[in-house]
Design a protein around this ligand. Sequence first.
Ligand SMILES: [Zn+2]
Length: 319
Amino acid sequence: MKVIYVIISIVALFVWSGCVHGQQKTTQSMMNKELTDLEKYVIFEKGTEKPFSGEYYNHKGKGVYVCKNCGALLFTSNDKFDSGCGWPSFDDAIEGSVKQTLDADGRRIEITCANCGGHLGHVFEGEELTDKNTRYCVNSVSLKFIPENRDTLVLNDTSKIETAIFAGGCFWGVEHLLSKQKGVLSVESGYTGGDVENPSYKDVCSGETGHAEAVRVIFDSNKVSYETLAKLFFEIHDPTQVNRQGPDIGNQYRSEIFYTTPQQKQIAEKLISLLKKKDYKVVTKITPASTFYPAEDYHQDYYQKNGKTPYCHAYVKRF
Ligand SMILES: [Zn+2]
């Protein structure tokens, strides 16, 4: 199926290549099409929702908060506190997830999503509201809450939430098999590692954008180690195939690990060297994570939605 789609897409690319490569580099080029007018106003025009009006200022569920626009992990419920200000308040953020810049008013520090640039709110220090003495003051409409999952992950005080990104062929199968792992909170299919902003599935299928089909995993590294997840990744796809997985051929199906911390990089290197000692000719690349673009909705939970099982991914013991 996909091979036919690739051929159609290559033809289509000749028609569209002019406008794809002519895209302007703006934050809004990564706009989620599902956003409401209020969400667009806050996220892209740096607006502010009315205090005490948002969905999350008084929200006490256990789970994580991701960017409403791009799905990147930002905050956990462990760091949320009631500041009484009328907006969701956190005294810490996931490392590397939030960018701080001087606001246009020259006084406050604006916070934006490090993955997509979307506006979140402001950060204040020295108010002595919590031990960390910091308040990330965030618009509810800039956030989406993902609750803990009784089947795979229940959060506690020791939870250490991280993001892992794996590319191993068609994302439908990788996502399906990683979603069942204990300690995993959420999985999402998308595109990363390329050089065109906001690519569509058609763009990526052309093989011309440089993106890989990839899966973003949010997990608790105190419940399932990155090493366990990375081993599983190497055992549910064939890391010796160059730019393909089974019937799917093209550089978008390459094997690649996009690490989000230096520790993840070290673990990936260690596992590849272990596999090479076992005579596997591993071609998996190890690359720092860059912007992750969620795939279209119909690609998410594909096998669950369609009642099918993966056609090119299956568990093979390699360690
Ligand atoms: Zn974002």
